[in-house]
Every structure is written in structure tokens, then in C-alpha cells.
Write a protein that binds this ligand. Structure first.
Ligand code: AHR
Length: 332
């Protein structure tokens, strides 16, 4: 009997090892947890991978590129089957991503992309990310349209910009889109533009310094809503009414921004969806099945939200939806 028992235990151990050796393992090098968006993005990917029954090796780089390089090298030495990667900045990845290629681990790029020369030099299986230039354009279109709507199209208005992390395509793209559209509206004058690193705390601090340096600020464009929400605190502390004295437009569209719009503290948010979990699972299922993937960067559908809803950019007829009507549907 004893012998039989130990035989069964030994058999179970062998089966267990075989099962774990057969499990699909995915390494995910995430930037950090700098914003509501990032938390929602991590949750979406982790939940989808878990539901698919695969194993996740997750690494939070705490906003440091060197931590991401180390994480990618760890994934290689651990022999993960697939790698998901979002780079904190767009440069400096050639060497380590070539190592990933040499290890023959299929790579899926998420959210922020490495610069084009890196994309040309490496192999990757699929790429999913926001259209950051377009998001910037939408922020500026919404603003110009609103200024016209409130009868200030002929007034000279001072704009300040809170930029995202320097060197991240989410920041350079949004800034490019904003400046491209604002060039058509000479009355909207950018008087200050500085990074707030996509965080609420830095958004608050930089806005405080903007308010000290400039008596007249009419518009704040924040590359993400966390910075806008931080800035709102500084605006209130300076005795001004956010959303009224200063028009505030952010980007991402998390529930916290909807709450601020409904409260009248913020005017609009342009969506950048963090919900990449289903995209990742669909791509991995194809790769596992041996199907070829298209390397084209796929942008999810994204909207825009304000207090009123309606047409915001007559140029191409895009519409905003009313935040209050949509809050119940907010998943992040
Ligand atoms: O890369 C996407 C950006 O990164 C989001 O707009 C921002 O909130 C996040 O931190």
C-alpha cells in the first residue's frame, strides 16, 4: 500500500512538472503605475491572460528604462514563450530587443512604440497602441471649437500645456497634434509647455509654477487626465475656478476625469483606451496556432467626452459624447 502511494505521488509530481513545462508563459514588461490609465492597462492585460489560462511573469519598471532592460533580459533567461512590451521612452531599445529576437521569443508591442528606426531593425509579431498625434489634434480641435462656442474666438487666449514623459511617443505625438492644429488658431497662444511626467503630483506642481509665473492663463491642455486632475488642485488653491476661469482639456478618459467633467471642474477628455487585454489574447491565440500576424500598428476605436456632447470638430464631423450619459459604462 505504502509503495502504491509513493508511486502515485511520484506520478503526480511528474505530471505536475510536465504540466508546468507545457504551460504557456508570457513576460510583460510594464512601465510602472504612473496614472489611472496605466493601472487600468495592467489590470486589463493581466486579467485577460489569466482568463486565457496562461502564466504571466509581470514586471513593473517603476518608470525606469534600465529596469525594463533588466526585465527583458530576465524574461530571456527564464525562457518565457512570449513577451509583451511597453517602453517608457521610444529610444534606446535596439540592443535588448535584438537579444529578444536572437532568443526567438515572439514580441508584442503595446501602447507606446519604440522609434521607427528600432521598429525597422527588429522583428515583432504585432503592435497595438493609441494614435497619439490624432489624440493631440482632437484636444486642440475640441478647444478651438469650444472657444468659438462660448464667443471667444476673437479674443487672444493664453494656453499652457502639461506634457507627458519626455521622450515617450505618447507625449511627442500628442504635442505634435496639438501644435499642428493650434497653428490654425493664432488667437490661442501657447505661453508655457512643460513636462508633468504623466503623474498627478507633477501635474499639480507644474501647474502651480505656471500660475505663479503667469497672471492670465485661459486654457490648460494636459497630455493626460491625471496631470489635469493634479492641476485642478493647484487652480483651486490659487483661488480660481477650474473649468470656468481656465478651460481644461485632458486625455485618456478614465472614470476620474468623467467625475471631474460632471462636477464642472474639467471641460473635456479625449479617449485613449487602456483596455488591451482582448487584443493581446487574440494576438497570442493566433501566434500559438501558428497563424501569421500583420505587423501593422493597430489603433483601438477611441471617443471624446465633455459635459454637453455634440459635434466638436466640424472639419471632419467627429462628435463628443456626454460624460454624464456615459459614466455608467466607464470600465476604468
Ligand atoms: O502611453 C499612454 C499614456 O501613458 C497615457 O495617456 C497616460 O496616462 C499613461 O501614463
Amino acid at each position: 500500500m505504502k509503495k502504491l502511494l509513493s508511486l502515485i505521488v511520484a506520478l503526480m509530481m511528474v505530471l505536475g512538472i510536465a504540466a508546468s513545462a507545457g504551460a504557456i508563459t508570457i513576460g510583460f514588461s510594464q512601465i510602472g503605475q504612473e496614472s489611472d490609465w496605466r493601472t487600468a492597462n495592467t489590470d486589463s492585460v493581466l486579467a485577460a491572460v489569466e482568463a486565457a489560462g496562461w502564466e504571466m511573469v509581470y514586471s513593473d519598471a517603476q518608470q525606469k528604462q534600465e529596469n525594463q532592460v533588466q526585465a527583458l533580459r530576465n524574461f530571456i533567461s527564464q525562457g518565457v514563450d512570449y513577451i509583451l512590451f511597453t517602453g517608457v521612452v521610444s529610444t534606446g531599445w535596439d540592443e535588448v530587443l535584438k537579444e529578444v529576437n536572437e532568443a526567438e521569443i515572439p514580441l508584442i508591442l503595446l501602447d507606446r512604440m519604440p522609434e521607427q528606426s528600432t521598429l525597422d531593425a527588429i522583428d515583432y509579431a504585432a503592435a497595438f497602441g493609441g494614435d497619439f498625434v490624432e489624440e493631440g489634434r482632437r484636444m486642440a480641435y475640441w478647444t478651438a471649437n469650444y472657444v468659438e462656442k462660448i464667443g471667444k474666438a476673437d479674443e487672444e487666449l493664453n494656453v499652457v500645456i502639461l506634457e507627458g514623459t519626455t521622450g515617450a511617443d505618447a507625449a511627442t505625438g500628442r504635442q505634435e497634434g496639438i501644435m499642428e492644429v493650434l497653428a490654425n488658431y493664432p488667437n490661442l497662444k501657447v505661453i508655457a509647455s512643460q513636462t508633468g511626467n504623466f503623474t498627478r503630483a507633477e501635474g499639480q506642481a507644474v501647474m502651480e509654477s505656471f500660475l505663479k509665473a503667469h497672471d492670465k492663463i485661459d486654457i490648460l491642455l494636459a497630455h493626460n487626465d491625471d496631470m489635469a486632475l493634479g492641476a485642478i488642485e493647484s487652480i483651486k488653491a490659487a483661488g480660481k475656478d477650474p473649468g470656468e476661469d481656465i478651460i481644461i482639456v485632458g486625455c485618456d478618459a478614465p472614470k476620474t476625469a468623467f467625475d471631474a467633467i460632471i462636477a464642472g471642474d474639467m471641460n473635456a477628455t479625449i479617449e485613449c483606451t487602456p483596455l488591451y487585454g482582448p487584443f493581446v489574447v487574440a494576438a497570442l491565440e493566433k501566434l500559438i496556432a501558428g497563424e501569421a500576424m500583420d505587423k501593422t500598428l493597430i489603433h483601438p476605436e477611441e471617443g471624446a467626452f465633455d459635459a454637453e456632447g455634440g459635434i466638436v470638430y466640424s472639419a471632419d464631423g467627429r462628435v463628443t459624447e456626454k460624460a454624464a450619459d456615459k459614466i455608467g459604462e466607464r470600465l476604468y
